[in-house]
Design a protein around this ligand. Sequence first.
Ligand code: HPA
Length: 238
Amino acid sequence: MAMKVGVFVGSAPMSFTAESAPSSPVDLRWGEPSEATRRYTYGATECYVMRRHGEQGQVAPHAINYRANLWQMKVLGVDAVIGSHTVGSVDPKLQVGGLVIPEQLIDYTWGRESTFDDTRRHVEFSEPYDSVLGKSLASLDESIVHGGVYGCTQGPRLETAAEISRMANDGCTLVGMTGMPEASLARELALPFVSLCLVVNPGAGIAGGTIDMSALRELSVRGARKFVDLIERFCLVQ
Ligand code: HPA
């Protein structure tokens, strides 16, 4: 059966190879999404890609309208959402340059619009990520680490070494700024969601010294190819 996949990507340029066409937002009830999605076709699979930081990478992690972005995917009728995220490592065993699909998350963000429904009390979220989707992505590349805990910080600044050390004590293995409320809003909309993470730096204090920001940027750009390759292969085997 034909599948529709929604994909959120970061600010590094991503060149998807398939034919593409822009698909304008049709329902702005939650405000403007970061940009219009582009639709790429892989056999019977339609892949809708949105850069969550906007066309010029101008929207900071805490200022993203996650509700409008997720709503756009819902309106487009996607069956599943892949959130690709660049992250720092909290677990020193994780290699910079490696891909990780976490199984759990801890949310350290604050003040973000994080629900579609202020009247509903509870949304089940024990397992924040879709394990079937995670397994199916992880099966495409044996170097992928499937497991671990994504800690989502508020940003846009990076963390202090003490914050990373606290996150390690909490059980986090990765740190990023855009994983939430992306995951929980997807759950509210009953969209299976998976986070595909690329480690672009050791978290603050993990490798001693300060974080090399130019290396971080360079790896984010180089690593974009890894995201695209994996997502394209995923779409082709659906
Ligand atoms: N912390 C938070 N977000 C990040 C990092 C980090 O070290 N690296 C890439 N995104």
